[in-house]
Design a protein around this ligand. Structure first.
Ligand code: CKX
Length: 605
C-alpha cells in the first residue's frame, strides 16, 4: 500500500489546497555539489524558471537543453497558523524522473518515477505563520532499472547525455503542478468504486479507506446538486434510481461527497466527480454500458512549444477541441500517465482513455523503431537488473491505478509500450505486471500492452496476457513505404490473417499506425514525407482495418508532431502528427474527419 494518498488536491470544509505554481529558483548541478555546498538550505544565484514546465526549451544554450544530471528547484511558501493541528503536505504532480525533497533544510522524502504524484509530509517540521523553504533535487538521468528505460552516457568533454530507448525527447523537471495542502489528521485516504447496471437503475459499490476509525457517510448528488443516494459505512452500495449513465460525448457526472463524522461534526470531507458506466470485453467486443464501441482517436504526447512536457492548460483545451472537431472518441496516454487535469477534461467531454504506465523502452535498442521492423531479437528481459526494473514497474502500476481508477474516462490500462516479447524471459515479467493490475483494479478494466512490429504470431510470447490486443503497425512506413505501398498492404493482410487464424476471440485495436509528414511538404505524385503520401498511406490502412471484424479501434500515431532526440531519422522531431506541433491540421486531418464522422460508435458491433 502507498504511504501517501493519491487523491487530487481539493479545498473542502476540512481541507486546503494552495497552488505553489509560479517562478521557482533553479540551478543545474553537473558537478553534484548541491548537498556538500548546502543547497538543501537554499540555492545559490538568482535564476528562476516557471513551474509547471520542462526546463529544456527556455534556454538558448545547447548544454542546458541536453543537460542530464541533477537540477535543483527552490520556493518559499507561507504556511498559515490556522492550519496547525492538520497534516501538512507538499504534493508534486510529478518530478521527472526522480526527486529528493528538503523542507527547511531537512530531507523529507524521495520519489522514483517521473510521471506520477507524491507527497512530502512536513507536519512535524513546518513553521506556522512563517515562510518555509521547499528545495527539490530532481534528477533526469535514464537507466535500465527504472521506467522509461534508457542510458546516460558521458561524452568526451565530460558532459552527460541522456540516450532514451524511446522516441520522445527526455523533457524533465517539475512538469506538473505543486500544491501545499492541509488535510485533517483523520482523513479520506482512498476511494474504490464499481458499477452495476440494473435496468434503469445502478448500484455503485464503494470502499473508502480512511486514516482513522470514525464512521463514514456518503451522499451522491446529481449534476444539479440534488441528493440522489446516500449510504453509511466504509464499505457498501449506493442505489441510484433512474441512473444517468456516463457515455461517449454524453458525459454525465455525479458528485460523490464523502464525510468522516464525529457525531454531528465533520472531521473530513472529500468530493469526487464520478461517472456511472461499465466497461468490459466480451469476445471480440469492447462494451461500454453493455453496448459495443469502436475506438477512434490518437496516441498523443504531452508536448508543446516552449514548455515541452509541462502541463499547459491552453494546449489541453485546444487538443480537446481538435479531437472533437475531427470526430475522435478516445486517446492513449502514450507513453506515461498524463497530468490529472487531462483526465478530468476527458471525464467532462466524454472521451475514452487507455491509460499507459511509463513502461516504454523495454527493448534493447536506441532505435527500436528501425530494428523492430527487421525482426531483430533484442532479448531485453534477460538482464541481471530486470528484477529491479520489475519492482519500479509494479510501483508505477500501483501509483497509476491508485491515481486514475475513479475517472470514468479510463476504460483500459496499457501496461507496456513496445516491449521485447520475443524471448521466454519476458513471460514471467508480464505475468507479474498483468496480475498486479488485475488485483489493484476493483473494476477489473481490460488490460493491454502495445505490441511492437516484430511481436507477431509465432514470435510474440506475451499477447495472451492482453484482454485487448493492441498493435503498433507501420506497414507503408517502416516496412515497404512509397511505391511499395502495394506490397506493404499485402504483408499487413498476411499478418492480420495470421492473427485471425489464432482464433483468439479478443478485440484488436491499433494503438499506432502513421507516416511522418512535413506540414509544408506537397508533392504530386506523392513521395514519402509529403502530405499526399500520408493520405495514401491512410487510405490503405483504413481499407485493411475495415476488412477484419475483430478490429475494434484505430488510434493513429500521433495526434501532433512532437519533439524527439535529434538524429538522422527525425527532422526536428517526429512528424507523424495529424496536426502540426502548433496544432494546425495537415491534409490527412480532413480525411480522418470524414471517416470518423461517418463511422458509428458501434461500428462492427
Ligand atoms: N512506436 C516501430 C513508439 C513511438 C514512436 C513510433 C515511431 C514507434 C514505432 C515503432 O513512441 O514514436 O517511430 O514513430
Amino acid at each position: 500500500m502507498l504511504n501517501y494518498s493519491m487523491l487530487y488536491p481539493k479545498t473542502t470544509v476540512s481541507r486546503r489546497a494552495v497552488s505553489m505554481d509560479g517562478m521557482w529558483k533553479f540551478h543545474l548541478d553537473a558537478m553534484e555539489i548541491g548537498e556538500k555546498e548546502g543547497w538543501t538550505e537554499g540555492l545559490p544565484g538568482e535564476e528562476r524558471i516557471p513551474v509547471p514546465a520542462s526546463f529544456q526549451d527556455f534556454y538558448t544554450e545547447k548544454d542546458i537543453r541536453e543537460y542530464a544530471g541533477d537540477l535543483w528547484y527552490e520556493k518559499d511558501v507561507f504556511v498559515p497558523g490556522e492550519w496547525e493541528g492538520k497534516q501538512i503536505l507538499v504534493r508534486f504532480g510529478a518530478a521527472t524522473h526522480r526527486a529528493s525533497v528538503y523542507v527547511n533544510g531537512l530531507k523529507i522524502t524521495e520519489h522514483e518515477g517521473g510521471f506520477l504524484p507524491f507527497c512530502a509530509d512536513v507536519t512535524e517540521i513546518v513553521r506556522y505563520n512563517a515562510h518555509n523553504k521547499v528545495v527539490v533535487k530532481v534528477n533526469n538521468e535514464l537507466t535500465v532499472t527504472n521506467i522509461p528505460c534508457g542510458e546516460t552516457i558521458t561524452l568526451s568533454n565530460g558532459k552527460k547525455m541522456a540516450k532514451p530507448y524511446f522516441d520522445f525527447f527526455n523533457y524533465s523537471g517539475l512538469q506538473r503542478s505543486v500544491y501545499l495542502m492541509a488535510v485533517p489528521k483523520e482523513s479520506v485516504f482512498d476511494i474504490d468504486l464499481d458499477y452495476e447496471l440494473c435496468g434503469d437503475d445502478a448500484k455503485v459499490s464503494y470502499e473508502i479507506k480512511t486514516t482513522g476509525e470514525h464512521p463514514v457517510q456518503l451522499t451522491l448528488l446529481d449534476a444539479e446538486g440534488n441528493k440522489t443516494a446516500e449510504a453509511e459505512g466504509k464499505k457498501g452500495v449506493l442505489n441510484v434510481r433512474n441512473a444517468r449513465l456516463w457515455n461517449v460525448h454524453d458525459a454525465y457526472l455525479y458528485r460523490l461527497v464523502i464525510r468522516i463524522m464525529d457525531e454531528n461534526e465533520v472531521i473530513d470531507e472529500y468530493e469526487e466527480e464520478i461517472g456511472i458506466r461499465t466497461v468490459e470485453v466480451q469476445g471480440t467486443k469492447i462494451l461500454l454500458n453493455g453496448k459495443p464501441i469502436y475506438l477512434k482517436g490518437f496516441g498523443k504526447h504531452e508536448d508543446s512549444d516552449v514548455v515541452g512536457r509541462g502541463f499547459n492548460i491552453g494546449v489541453m483545451k485546444r487538443d480537446f477541441e481538435l479531437m472533437k472537431w475531427i470526430g475522435a472518441n478516445s486517446l492513449r496516454t502514450s507513453h506515461y500517465p498524463y497530468s490529472e487535469e487531462i483526465y478530468q477534461m476527458a471525464d467532462r467531454e466524454g472521451f475514452l482513455i487507455i491509460d499507459e504506465v511509463p513502461a516504454v523502452g523495454l527493448f534493447a535498442s536506441l532505435m527500436n523503431f528501425m530494428e523492430a521492423s527487421t525482426g531483430k531479437k533484442t532479448a531485453f528481459f534477460e538482464k541481471e537488473t530486470t528484477p529491479i526494473l520489475l519492482q519500479a514497474h509494479l510501483k508505477a502500476v500501483e501509483e497509476m491505478i491508485a491515481r486514475d481508477k475513479n475517472h470514468p474516462s479510463v476504460i483500459a490500462w496499457s501496461l507496456l509500450n513496445e516491449p521485447d516479447t520475443s524471448s521466454k524471459a519476458a513471460v514471467p515479467y508480464f505475468k507479474e505486471v498483468f496480475e498486479k493490475a488485475h488485483e489493484l483494479d476493483v473494476q477489473k478494466r481490460p488490460r493491454t500492452f502495445a505490441l511492437i512490429m516484430n511481436s507477431v504470431p509465432g514470435v510474440c510470447q506475451c499477447y495472451q496476457f492482453s484482454d485487448i490486443i493492441a498493435l503498433n503497425r507501420y506497414y507503408g512506413w517502416y516496412v515497404k513505404g512509397g511505391y511499395e505501398l502495394v506490397d506493404a498492404e499485402e504483408l499487413f493482410r498476411k499478418e492480420m490473417d495470421a492473427w485471425k487464424d489464432l482464433n483468439l476471440d479478443k478485440p484488436f485495436i491499433f494503438t499506432e499506425y502513421g507516416a511522418d509528414t512535413l506540414g509544408e511538404e506537397h508533392k504530386l505524385p506523392s513521395v514519402m514525407w509529403s502530405q499526399e503520401y500520408q493520405k495514401e498511406y491512410l487510405e490503405m490502412t483504413n481499407k485493411v482495418f475495415d476488412s477484419y471484424d475483430f478490429i475494434k479501434g484505430e488510434q493513429i500515431w500521433n495526434f501532433a508532431d512532437f519533439q524527439t532526440t535529434e538524429g538522422i531519422l527525425r527532422v526536428n522531431g517526429n512528424k507523424k502528427g495529424v496536426f502540426t506541433r502548433q496544432r494546425q491540421p495537415k491534409d490527412a486531418a480532413y480525411l480522418l474527419k470524414k471517416r470518423w464522422e461517418e463511422l458509428p460508435l458501434d461500428y462492427k458491433g
